[in-house]
Write a protein of this length. Structure first.
Length: 61
């Protein structure tokens, strides 16, 4: 049985857009997903102790 490493690299989660296919909606959805992935990565790094609380907070901005 193979063991997985304790930390795996984050995979960007892309969810298809099912709303009205207007350029503004698609761009907003894409930007929202990108922001969510960034927040998830920063939270994970902070939780594991690889990033300080203040560094994590400053990374959001």
């Amino acid at each position: 049985m193979s063991r997985l490493p304790a930390t795996l690299p984050p995979l960007p989660l892309i969810i298809p857009y099912y709303g009205t296919a207007m350029a503004a909606n698609i761009v907003f959805n894409s930007n929202l997903q990108e922001f969510g992935n960034k927040v998830e990565l920063i939270c994970s790094l902070e939780t594991e102790g690889k990033l300080g609380s203040k560094e994590a907070y400053n990374s959001y901005n």
